[in-house]
Design a protein around this ligand. Structure first.
Ligand code: MN
Length: 260
C-alpha cells in the first residue's frame, strides 16, 4: 500500500465528485489541481449523486461520454466513475492522486457514510491510490462561497502529499463558511456526530397520497472539541484521516471471549 510521499512534479491527478460533471465545485477543484501539476483528468457523474454513498452500479450497463481529452462523464455513481477511470480510462498510466469535490456543503460526522464525495475517495483508496475528499461548508440562507477552499486547498494538498501517506486511509477535508482572511488555521480532527433523522418532512401529494422528503441536514448539531464539526464551526479548515478498515479493534477481545 502507499506510505510514501507523492511527487507532484510527476503526478497525474484524477478529479471526481458527487455533484456532477457540471458542478461549479468540480471546475474549482480542477483549478486547484492545475496549480499542483499539469496532468489533470476529470471523470465525474453525468447527474448529481449527492447521498449516493459508496454505491456501485451492477444491474445496468454504464456509458462513458468523452467530452474532450482528459474529461469524461459517466452515467453512474462517484464510485463507478473512479473505478472506470482507474481500471479503464486511465489504465495505461493510472492516477497518483485522486481528489473528490469540491462538494457544495460540508461532509462531517455521519455524512461520511452517506457522502458520494467521500465515497469517490474511498474507491480510490481501495484501489490503492491516495485520495482526498474536499467539501465547502455553507449556510443555506446565505449561499455558498468558495473563497476559503480556493485559498487553502492548494497549500493543504501540497503539505499532505509531501508527507508519507497513511495506509488504507483517505483524507476528508472541510472548509469553513468564512472569508479566507478569517479562517482560523488548519485543524486535524476526528469524525464528529450529527443529529440525523429529525429532518423528515411528511406532506400529502395532489392525489392525497403521503410523501416524505429527507433533509436538509440540520446544522444545529452539538459541538465536541476535536471533531470535524467543531473545527469548521469555529472557522478552521478540518482535516480528518478516515481509515477504511471498519473493524472495532477494542471490541475484538470482548467478542472473542464471548464466543470462545
Ligand atoms: Mn454533493
Amino acid at each position: 500500500m502507499f506510505d510514501r510521499p507523492i511527487d507532484l512534479g510527476s503526478a497525474r491527478i484524477l478529479i471526481s465528485n458527487d455533484d456532477g460533471i457540471n458542478a461549479p465545485g468540480l471546475r474549482l477543484l480542477e483549478k486547484v489541481a492545475r496549480q499542483l501539476c499539469p496532468d489533470v483528468w476529470v471523470v465525474a457523474p453525468e447527474q448529481e449523486q449527492s447521498g449516493a454513498s459508496h454505491s456501485l452500479t451492477l444491474r445496468r450497463p454504464l456509458r462513458i461520454r468523452k467530452i474532450r481529452p482528459r474529461r469524461f462523464a459517466v452515467d453512474g455513481t462517484p464510485t463507478d466513475c473512479v473505478l472506470l477511470a482507474i481500471k479503464s480510462i486511465m489504465r495505461g498510466k493510472p492516477p497518483t492522486l485522486v481528489l473528490s469535490g469540491i462538494n457544495a456543503g460540508g461532509n462531517f460526522g455521519e455524512d461520511i457514510t452517506y457522502s458520494g464525495t467521500v465515497a469517490a475517495a474511498m474507491e480510490a483508496t481501495l484501489l490503492e491510490v491516495p485520495a482526498v475528499a474536499l467539501s465547502q461548508h455553507y449556510d443555506r440562507n446565505n449561499g455558498i462561497k468558495w473563497e476559503a477552499a480556493m485559498r487553502y486547498a492548494p497549500e493543504l494538498l501540497r503539505r499532505l502529499t509531501a508527507a508519507p501517506w497513511p495506509r488504507n486511509t483517505l483524507v476528508n477535508v472541510n472548509f469553513p463558511d468564512v472569508p479566507p482572511d478569517r479562517v482560523k488555521g488548519i485543524e486535524v480532527t476526528r469524525q464528529g456526530r450529527r443529529i440525523i433523522g429529525d429532518n423528515l418532512t411528511e406532506r400529502v401529494d395532489p392525489r392525497g397520497v403521503p410523501y416524505y422528503w429527507i433533509g436538509p441536514m440540520r446544522d444545529d448539531f452539538p459541538n465536541e472539541p476535536g471533531t470535524d464539526i467543531a473545527a469548521v464551526r469555529r472557522g478552521a479548515v478540518s482535516v480528518t484521516p478516515i481509515f477504511l478498515d471498519l473493524t472495532n479493534v477494542p471490541a475484538l477481545r470482548a467478542l472473542g471471549e464471548l464466543f470462545a
